[in-house]
Design a protein around this ligand. Structure first.
Ligand SMILES: Cc1cc2nc3c(=O)[nH]c(=O)nc-3n(C[C@H](O)[C@H](O)[C@H](O)COP(=O)(O)OP(=O)(O)OC[C@H]3O[C@@H](n4cnc5c(N)ncnc54)[C@H](O)[C@@H]3O)c2cc1C
Ligand SMILES: *[C@@H]1O[C@H](CO)[C@@H](O)[C@H](O)[C@H]1NC(C)=O
Ligand SMILES: *[C@@H]1O[C@H](CO)[C@@H](O)[C@H](O)[C@H]1NC(C)=O
Ligand SMILES: CC(=O)N[C@H]1CO[C@H](CO)[C@@H](O)[C@@H]1O
Ligand SMILES: CC(=O)N[C@H]1CO[C@H](CO)[C@@H](O)[C@@H]1O
Length: 774
């Protein structure tokens, strides 16, 4: 009785009730604590209201109109509304972000980009939306308040990023492999700090994994010496699609934007203040003036040349460094888990991330010179491969031939011109107003583009006296980008039901265009087959379809084949060879839209192949004879092509040029491709040198191979260095090889492009100076 009494006493009841409430409350909090994907604001089962942006011609007209009024006619003052409030130079992440911000405040904005939108660094980033775990180490363990603020701001921006562009970004778990026991508490504490800092902006909490679990989720990882792993969460996005989405959002808000228009001169008024610029259309060569109350230079790594235009005595403020990325086939990483080592032997970061179905691997922070088309050198590519190999299980041979695409991005590391020289580089972005009133914004990172834009436009309003012109303060943390409103994760089902697309294609469209995917689909021509009803693929292995090309031209200002292959779709970043194969189709559709002549199509193909060469297209495809030919339209062009071909054969006949080699068609053992006759030549050479082994198999010594290949056409240039590299890669260190192995070696030699390489001095840039990237 007494016991029962005790059990049901008020006190116990109070404890039990309190405990239950706490558990329920905690459980409720836990269940709701995860990141909630923002809900769509409109129905996602039907297409949103159609919207067509103004054409490039209309944009140009408006730009020109602003300059005309500089000449006073019949004494009337220049009309106010023709002049722009702001002219933004540069259409990368920073420029586009500023345009969205300014336009959403009600300013009249023009943005000019000399290449394509995002053609600079903004399409060549690592594609992470991150707070920077790497900087955290400094913040926490060295109590560096500046670093702490940086991480905190980035984490805040990360959440806004995922909300304003939900279809272009997603969460990605990233694994930090741990090879030493003492690192476990260190990394764990670091990641927990990251979670705590993120607070309610966190995505998912980080967790520790045992060695066994780590190998289960990432079987390709080297198990030798592995102690465990830590998993934390960051965001990932499609960078150049994001860039285009920003540009289109600015257009929707009323900004005037053009690509392929370069600012060639800055104009000053009587008091030496900037009041306009001279702009040159790169397609026609035409030049005109644009008037604006203020000019913002958002030219990224090219900032210095703009500042020099403004003041010839100016000291460089940008110290560029480059980051190299390579794309590998998807079997090198799990589909939904990245890998990152924040501290390699030489202090750089190496990462390994799934992206659009393939894997991107790379490193950051190699000092570089500013060039317009930075290229990943052969040495850089091999260095990344070397690093990657050291993380993977020894039974995996990552080969040079696996590299599907490679690129290099320039990172503008900013030096503060005001600071003493010795103070070095500023860590984040910098806003600088020159004497003549040129507002420069440089540095920062993709993740914080919005915060940078907010700060820049705040400054612009102050500097250029635009207080009377703005309608509101900054609202970009709630402005959702074009394509977001009527998008949901399940929108692709509606697309399939309406248009009869393949599932993979529908998902791809929904993830890249958001609710604009409806418009893309409306441009698709029926395939004429039973299934799919719409959506003819540009190339069978990737879900990019014909309608995307039309959409890119009509709705996203794509003007060259490269725009479509590299930035509207991401094919050239995923697989340069696939982009090469899709090229004739892309050019054909664009010709339809833009009215290109046969000659123009040829020119486009040539330029695109050259570009793909910088993205790691195999050297054999770069040869002019292997370029694809445009598809002729109508009889005029057939005649033209006939004449052109006849001329070529005539040259062959009289012996001035050689017959075009057969296309690469004969397959060797394995996956190497050989030209007709090549295999026979190799077999012949092989036979001349072999000696029978004890077991009756014909073999040659590896040391003889170089000699042997000297006589084979196409292989005479192979150097010992290349051969050693290939032998090493394939695991033939020494000894003798049989015919199949010999052919494998020859095949690999073909994949390693024979570029002369210079050994660069690998210098490292310390974390706190590494600017934007990972
Ligand atoms: C390797 C690497 C990896 C990175 N990874 C990440 C990452 O994972 N996450 C992240 O948040 N950030 C990352 N960053 C940082 C991020 O990519 C950059 O901070 C951002 O893209 C910079 O954008 P921007 O607009 O300033 O420069 P850019 O994109 O280079 O844009 C400048 C534009 O100005 C144009 N221009 C130049 N001169 C003129 C002229 N006279 N007239 C008209 N136009 C002109 C150029 O053509 C160019 O398009 C990375 C950077 C690098 C280099
Ligand atoms: C456009 O720019 C390219 C690259 O800078 C240049 O080679 C070309 O001449 C320019 N075209 C015109 C018409 O100015
Ligand atoms: C890359 O594209 C080429 C050409 O379409 C294709 O043969 C190859 O299989 C692709 N590679 C991968 C890994 O998808
Ligand atoms: C971060 C990222 O890669 N986002 C999306 C980009 O597009 C592909 C499809 O093409 C999606 O799978 C990704 O989620
Ligand atoms: C208006 C102006 O001076 N534009 C400059 C911007 O920066 C680039 C740097 O490459 C210069 O070429 C432009 O002339």
């Amino acid at each position: 009785m007494a016991i029962l009494h005790r059990i049901f006493s008020r006190r116990t009841l109070a404890y039990v009730t309190g405990g239950t409430a706490a558990v329920l409350g905690g459980g409720y909090w836990y269940l709701n604590s995860g990141p909630a994907y923002p809900v769509p604001t409109k129905t996602t089962r039907r297409p949103p209201p159609p919207w067509s942006p103004p054409s490039r011609a209309e944009m140009l007209k408006e730009l020109k109109a602003s300059g005309k009024v500089t000449t006073f006619k019949s004494g009337s003052p220049p009309s106010e509304d023709q002049e722009f409030d702001l002219l933004i130079v540069g259409g990368g992440a920073t420029g586009a972000g500023c345009a969205v911000d300014a336009a959403s405040r009600g300013l009249r904005v023009a943005l000019v980009e000399r290449d394509d939108f995002g053609a600079g660094t903004s399409s060549k980033s690592t594609k992470l939306v991150h707070g920077g775990v790497r900087y955290l180490q400094k913040a926490v363990f060295e109590l560096d308040y500046e670093q702490y603020k940086l991480v905190n701001e980035a984490l805040h921006e990360r959440r806004i990023f995922l909300q304003t562009a939900p279809y272009l970004s997603n969460m990605l778990p990233i694994m930090l492999p741990i090879y030493k026991y003492w690192q476990v508490p260190y990394y764990w504490a670091g990641c927990k700090m990251y979670d705590i800092l993120a607070g309610k902006e966190n995505m998912e909490t980080s967790y520790l994994m045992t060695k066994g679990k780590a190998l289960e989720t990432f079987p390709m990882l080297k198990s030798n010496g592995l102690v465990g792993a830590l998993v934390y969460y960051d965001g990932q996005h499609n960078d150049s699609r994001m860039n285009i989405a920003l540009v289109m959002t600015a257009v929707k808000l009323g900004a005037v934007v053009t690509n392929y228009c370069e600012v060639t001169q800055l104009h000053k008024d009587g008091q030496g203040k900037l009041n306009g610029a001279r702009v040159k259309d790169n397609l026609t060569g035409e030049e005109w003036n644009v008037r604006a109350k203020g000019i913002i230079n958002a030219t990224g790594p090219f900032t210095d040349s703009l500042l020099t235009l403004d003041n010839p005595a100016h000291q460089p403020i940008v110290q560029p460094s480059s980051g190299i990325h390579i794309t590998l086939p998807n079997y090198y990483s799990p589909r939904k888990m990245g890998l990152l080592d924040p501290a390699t032997s030489d202090g750089r970061v190496i990462f390994f991330l799934p992206w659009q179905g393939n894997t991107i691997a790379g490193t950051t922070d190699t000092p570089a010179r500013v060039t317009r088309d930075p290229q990943a050198s052969e040495d850089d590519i091999r260095w990344v491969l070397e690093e990657v190999r050291s993380y993977l299980s020894p039974d995996i041979k990552v080969r040079r031939g696996d590299v599907l695409s490679a690129w290099s991005g320039l990172r503008p590391l900013v030096r503060n011109p005001g600071a003493e020289k010795t103070e070095g580089l500023v860590r984040n972005h910098m806003i600088h107003v020159s004497e003549s009133g040129l507002l420069t914004i440089a540095g920062g990172k993709w993740t914080t583009y919005r915060a940078m834009a907010e700060e820049t436009i705040d400054q612009a309003v102050k500097t250029f006296g635009l207080d009377g012109r703005v309608k509101s303060g900054c609202v970009t943390d709630t402005v959702r980008l074009v394509g977001s409103d009527a998008w949901s994760r399940n929108m692709f089902i509606g697309l399939i039901q309406t248009y009869g697309l393949e599932t993979e294609v529908a998902k791809h469209l929904s993830d890249n265009y958001g609710d604009r995917a409806w418009t893309v689909c409306s441009l698709a021509e029926p395939t004429g087959e039973r299934w799919p009803l719409h959506g003819r693929r540009l190339i069978s292995s990737y879900p990019f379809i014909d309608a995307e090309v039309r959409y890119a031209v009509r709705h996203e200002y794509a003007l060259t084949a490269i725009d479509v292959l590299a930035r509207r779709t991401r094919l050239s970043f995923l697989n340069a060879t696939a982009a090469f194969e899709a090229l004739p189709t892309v050019v054909d559709i664009m010709a339809d839209e833009l009215g290109w002549s046969y000659r123009e199509r040829r020119r486009q193909i040539k330029a695109a192949v050259k570009f793909l060469g910088t993205m790691g297209l195999p050297a054999t495809l770069m040869v002019e004879d292997n370029h694809p030919e445009p598809i002729p339209k109508g009889w005029m062009e057939r005649v033209e092509r006939g004449v052109w071909r006849a001329g070529k054969s005539a040259l062959v006949l009289v012996g001035l040029t050689k017959e075009k080699a057969d296309r690469l068609d004969a397959f060797g053992p394995g996956r190497s491709m050989f030209e007709g006759g090549e295999l026979a030549a190799l077999r012949h050479t092989f036979a001349t040198r072999t000696t029978k082994n004890g077991d009756g198999v014909e073999k040659v010594g590896t040391e003889e191979i170089l000699e042997l290949l000297k006589d084979v056409p196409g292989y005479s240039e192979v150097s010992k260095k290349e051969l050693d590299y290939v032998l090493d890669e394939a695991g033939f260190k020494d000894g003798r090889v049989n015919f199949d192995e010999f052919i494998e070696i020859c095949g690999n030699l073909k994949e390693v492009s024979f570029t002369p390489s210079s050994v660069t001095n690998r210098m490292t840039i310390p974390v706190e100076k590494s600017g934007g990237g990972v």
